[in-house]
Design a protein around this ligand. Structure first.
Ligand code: CA
Length: 704
C-alpha cells in the first residue's frame, strides 16, 4: 500500500461503535455548542474547579492538577465501568491529546493537528477541522506529527498546528476564524506539538525544535484577532543586537560567547508545559534543552545558560520576567524542564505554601515557592546519577564524570528520554500524592568529534538524523535496564508512597479523582484504575495498543464519564495490516456495555528466527538501534503493530540482508530514509544482531 495514501487517511472509513442510549439522547446542535462554549472564559474555568463538571482547559484547571472532584465513580463501583462509546480518529500516527469537554461536547486533536468535535455522550463526530499541515513538514519535528490538545475560549477552539501556525476555529461550525504564523524564522525547523492555554483573552503557545537548532520563545495572542500581545524569548540572541528585555541581559551573562551559540539558536523551546495563577497574575512556563545538546560545543566555558531547563514565571499581562528556578544548570543531557508544572497550596512545616511542583526529565521532584521561585526541596524520584544533590540555594551539584569530560563516556540515568517526560502527572490533595508516569531508558553519552552545525538541512522525523546534538549515544552499551512505573510520590516528605511496575517505559499520563482513584493507560495496551491510597488495581480493560495520552473525566446530565485516547511516539507503530482500530477515543461510565472494537494481536511465536549473529555485536547493535531505528520501528517484538513494521516480525532474509534496505533508497517511497554514509554494512550486522537477540529473548520457550 502506498505510504502517503495511508497517511492521508482517506482510505479509512470512520469506525464508530454505536452506543446504546436508553435515555433518548439527542444530537447536540450547532446553536447549543455555540451557547455552551461561549460561556467558557477565565472565570468559568476558575469556577469549574468547584464542581469539575467540565474539562475546560488542558490540565483541567489553571493549576494543571488533573485532580477532579467528581466522585460518582469511586473505588467501590469502578469495577462496573463499561464502554460508553469509542470513536476512530482515523489517525495512523500518535495521538497524545488531552481532550477538552464542555457541556457534553468534546474537542480533541489527533495527528497532523487535526481537530475533532465529538458528541461526548454518543461518540458521534460533529465536525472535523484539518489545518492542512504540509505532509513534507513531518521531517522538521523530532518526535512524530503529534498534538497534545486544543484550548476552548468564548466560542472558539484553538490549535497550534505542527507547521507552526496557530488556528482559531468556530466551536459551533468547525470553520476557521483566524490563523497566525508563530514562527520567527521559516528557514529553521520550528514546530508546534503542545496545547495552547487561554486566560484573560490571551492565547499562549510556544514551539518545538531545539533538537535542530532554534531559539526558544513563547507568544501570547489576542483570542479574537490573533494579533500578538507579547513574546518572551527563553535564551539570549546574537550579541550585536539589543536585548529584548532585562531578563535577556541577565541570561547573557550565563553564556560563553566564544562558540557563537546564537548561530545554533541556543535552544530553550517552550513546547509543552504552562500553568496560570490568576491571583498572582503569573504564568509559569517550562523551558527545554540547549541547542546543540552538548554544552562543551554550545558554551565551552560552561555557565548556567539561562533560562534553559528552567521553570520561568512571567507577568500574565505583559510577559515580563518575574522569577525563575533552573532545574538543570548548564544542560548537556537534553534535560528539559518542559514537563508538567502543577500549582497548588500545600502544607509544609505547619504552614500553607504557594508552590509549584515539577518532576522534569532530570529525575528530581522539585517543590518551589511560586511567589518568588525560591527552592524549597528536591529529591530523586527515580535513580539519578548526574547530580549528587542541591546546595542551600537549590542549585544542583553536578556529579564528576556526568558531563562526559575529556572524551569519557557517561551512562545517563535518567537519560534524554527523562525519568518523567511530557506524559501528564496528577496531584490529589485528598491523598496528598502526585501520580507520576516514571521511567528509565538508559543511554550512554560520548562527545561527537564529527559534529558540525547544520540548522537548515531537515532531518528525518524521529530518526535523530539532522539533529544538532554533539553527542554520540551508546558507543559503550548502557548497563542499566529500561523500566516504567506508576509512582505515587509524597511531595511533603519527598518519598514514594507506592509504585506499580510496568512491562515497558513510556506509559500514559495520569488522572486522579475524589473517588479515591488514579487512572492510567499503559504502554502494554491497558487502561487501568487504581486505588489512589494504596495503588491496588481495581479495574482494567485492554485497549489494543499502547497508550501515552492522559485520561480525563467529566459529568453530563448527572453521569460521570472517563475518556482516553491512545498513541504517541510508540503509537505510530499501529499497523494497518494487523489492527482494525486506528487512533481512537474511548469513553467509559459505570454500567455501560458498548462492545470494545475488535483488535488482532501479534503472536510472539512468529518473531524472526534463525539469523546467525555474534553475541559481541548485540551491545553495539542496541546502541545503533536506539539511535537510528527505535523511534519509527519501536522495540523489536514489543511495540507491535503500526503502519511502520516492527522489525522483530521481519523475515529471516530481511534481517540477514538489512544493508540492502538500510544503505539504499529501496524503501524511500514508503518513508524509509537511506542511512548510506551514516551507517556501515558492519553496523547493519550489529543492528541485525540486536533484533535477532531481542526476538530470541521474547519467543515463548518450548514446553517441556
Ligand atoms: Ca529535547
Amino acid at each position: 500500500m502506498n505510504f502517503k495514501a495511508m497517511l492521508l487517511g482517506g482510505v479509512f472509513a470512520s469506525l464508530i461503535v454505536s452506543p446504546v442510549l436508553a435515555d433518548g439522547h439527542k444530537e447536540i446542535s450547532a446553536e447549543k455548542i455555540k451557547e455552551v462554549t461561549s460561556k467558557i472564559d477565565t472565570s468559568a474555568i476558575i469556577a469549574n474547579d468547584k464542581a469539575d463538571k467540565n474539562w475546560p482547559t488542558h490540565g483541567l484547571n489553571y493549576g494543571e492538577t488533573r485532580y477532579s472532584t467528581l466522585n460518582k465513580i469511586t473505588h467501590e463501583n469502578v469495577s462496573k465501568l463499561g464502554l460508553s462509546w469509542s470513536t476512530s480518529l482515523e489517525s495512523r500516527r500518535g495521538v497524545e491529546a488531552t481532550p477538552i469537554v464542555v457541556d457534553g461536547v468534546m474537542f480533541v486533536s489527533s495527528s497532523w493537528s487535526i481537530v475533532h468535535a465529538i458528541d461526548a455522550v454518543s461518540g458521534k463526530e460533529l465536525w472535523r477541522y484539518d489545518p492542512e499541515v504540509p505532509k513534507n513538514y513531518a521531517h522538521k519535528g523530532c518526535c512524530d506529527v503529534v498534538n497534545r490538545g486544543v484550548a476552548v475560549y468564548k466560542g472558539l477552539v484553538f490549535v497550534g498546528a505542527f507547521d507552526g501556525n496557530l488556528h482559531a476555529i468556530d466551536a459551533a461550525t468547525g470553520k476557521r476564524v483566524w490563523k497566525t504564523d508563530t514562527i520567527i524564522d521559516r528557514t529553521r525547523n520550528y514546530t508546534i506539538t503542545g496545547a495552547p492555554r487561554v486566560y484573560n483573552g490571551k492565547v499562549l503557545i510556544g514551539n518545538g525544535g531545539a533538537e535542530y537548532g532554534v531559539r526558544g520563545y513563547i507568544t501570547a495572542y489576542d483570542y479574537k484577532t490573533g494579533k500578538q500581545s507579547w513574546r518572551w524569548f527563553s535564551v539570549p540572541g546574537a550579541p550585536n543586537k539589543p536585548y529584548e528585555n532585562a531578563s535577556m541581559k541577565t541570561a547573557a551573562k550565563t553564556w560563553d560567547n566564544s562558540a557563537e551559540f546564537w548561530k545554533a539558536g541556543g535552544g530553550g523551546t517552550i513546547w509543552d508545559s504552562m500553568a496560570f495563577d490568576p491571583e498572582l497574575n503569573l504564568v509559569y512556563v517550562g523551558v527545554g534543552n540547549g541547542s546543540p545538546w552538548s554544552q562543551k560545543i554550545r558554551s565551552p566555558k560552561g555557565g548556567d545558560n539561562l533560562y534553559l531547563s528552567s521553570v520561568v514565571a512571567l507577568n500574565a499581562d505583559t510577559g515580563a520576567y518575574h522569577c525563575h528556578y533552573q532545574t538543570t544548570p548548564g544542560d548537556t543531557w537534553d534535560f528539559t524542564a518542559t514537563q508538567q508544572i502543577i500549582l497548588d497550596d500545600i502544607e509544609l512545616n505547619g504552614k500553607k505554601r504557594k508552590v509549584f511542583m515539577q518532576a522534569p526529565k532530570n529525575g528530581f521532584f522539585f517543590v518551589v515557592d511560586r511567589t518568588n521561585c525560591k527552592f524549597i526541596s528536591a529529591k530523586p524520584f527515580v535513580k539519578v546519577t548526574w547530580a549528587t544533590g542541591h546546595d542551600k540555594d537549590g542549585k544542583a551539584i553536578v556529579a564528576k564524570g556526568a558531563r562526559y569530560e575529556n572524551g569519557s563516556t557517561y551512562e545517563a540515568i535518567p537519560s534524554a528520554y527523562g525519568g518523567h517526560n511530557w506524559h501528564s502527572m496528577s496531584y490529589n490533595p485528598q491523598t496528598g500524592l502526585v501520580y507520576i508516569p516514571a521511567q528509565g531508558i538508559p543511554l550512554t553519552y560520548t562527545d561527537d568529534p564529527n559534529w558540525k552545525l547544520n540548522t537548515h538541512v531537515a532531518g528525518q522525523a524521529m530518526s535523530g538524523m539532522g539533529w544538532n546534538l554533539g553527542v554520540v549515544f551508546n558507543k559503550v552499551p548502557p548497563k542499566e535496564k529500561p523500566f516504567g512505573q506508576l509512582l505515587a510520590w509524597d511531595p511533603v516528605t519527598q518519598k514514594p508512597a507506592w509504585k506499580v511496575q510496568y512491562a515497558s517505559p513510556w506509559n500514559g499520563g495520569t488522572l486522579t479523582t475524589a473517588g479515591n482513584l488514579v487512572f492510567q493507560g499503559t504502554a502494554d495496551g491497558r487502561f487501568v484504575a487504581y486505588d489512589a491510597k494504596s495503588g491496588k488495581t481495581l479495574w482494567q480493560t485492554p485497549v489494543g495498543t499502547g497508550v501515552v495520552a492522559a485520561p480525563i473525566t467529566f459529568e453530563h446530565k448527572g453521569k460521570q464519564y472517563v475518556s482516553i485516547g491512545w498513541g504517541g511516539v510508540y503509537g505510530q507503530l499501529q499497523r494497518a495490516t494487523e489492527r482494525t482500530g486506528p487512533g481512537r477515543i474511548y469513553t467509559f461510565a459505570v454500567g455501560d456495555t458498548a462492545p470494545m472494537p475488535a483488535l488482532v494481536k501479534r503472536d510472539p511465536a512468529n518473531l524472526v528466527s534463525g539469523v546467525a549473529f555474534k553475541q559481541d555485536d548485540f551491545g553495539p547493535g542496541a546502541g545503533l538501534y536506539v539511535a537510528n531505528c527505535l523511534f519509527c520501528h519501536g522495540v523489536p517484538g514489543v511495540n507491535n503493530g503500526g503502519n511502520i513494521p516492527n522489525l522483530g516480525y521481519s523475515s529471516k532474509s530481511t534481517i540477514e540482508n538489512l544493508h540492502d534496505i538500510v544503505l539504499t533508497d529501496a524503501l524511500q517511497e514508503g518513508g524509509m530514509p537511506s542511512f548510506k554514509g551514516k551507517l556501515t554494512k558492519d553496523q547493519t550486522k550489529q543492528i541485525a544482531a540486536f533484533i535477532q537477540g531481542v526476538a530470541d529473548s521474547l519467543k515463548p520457550k518450548p514446553k517441556k
